[in-house]
Ligand binder design. Structure first.
Ligand SMILES: [Zn+2]
Ligand SMILES: [Zn+2]
Ligand SMILES: [Zn+2]
Length: 139
């Protein structure tokens, strides 16, 4: 089927590339709505799902169970370190994890095993901000 709304999907792709870290379809849709593009939430959802299945975007579940997407610069398998406060995302390799996943799967006779391992925490800046907010003071 010819894609009538190719420019819309391109715009979704650009917005995802501009995003700092992982974003939800709703967040991306809100950004696009601010530009008066008229792109609907359903189009954003579909574009993101297609990009994810084509390997152009990474997707993961937030600890709250929301689907989040990101246009990563690393191609191929990798993991993420995600700041749960500001959203900063760092793409990381997981050598030990690869080894463990392979061994654990093989030990149970599993083949074609895949895994998803992402680390959520507070980045250096947010850790410093939090420490300041807590402060050495009495309150
Ligand atoms: Zn990624
Ligand atoms: Zn942060
Ligand atoms: Zn891995």
């Amino acid at each position: 089927m010819a894609q009538r709304n190719t420019w819309q999907r391109e715009r979704v792709r650009e917005a995802l590339t501009d995003a700092r870290g992982f974003v939800s379809a709703q967040t991306l849709h809100a950004t696009l709505r601010g530009e008066n593009t008229g792109i609907g939430l359903a189009t954003v959802y579909r574009a993101l799902a297609d990009m994810a299945s084509a390997g152009d975007a990474d997707s993961l579940q937030s600890p709250e169970g929301e689907s989040l997407y990101r246009a990563c610069t690393s191609h191929g398998h990798h993991h993420h370190l995600i700041c749960r406060s500001c959203g900063l995302t760092i793409e990381i390799a997981g050598k030990g994890v690869e080894e463990w996943a392979r061994t654990a799967a093989a030990a149970h006779g599993f083949t074609e095993a895949e895994h998803v391992v992402d680390i959520f925490g507070l980045c250096r800046e947010c850790t410093a901000t939090h420490a300041e907010a807590a402060g050495p003071g009495e309150h």
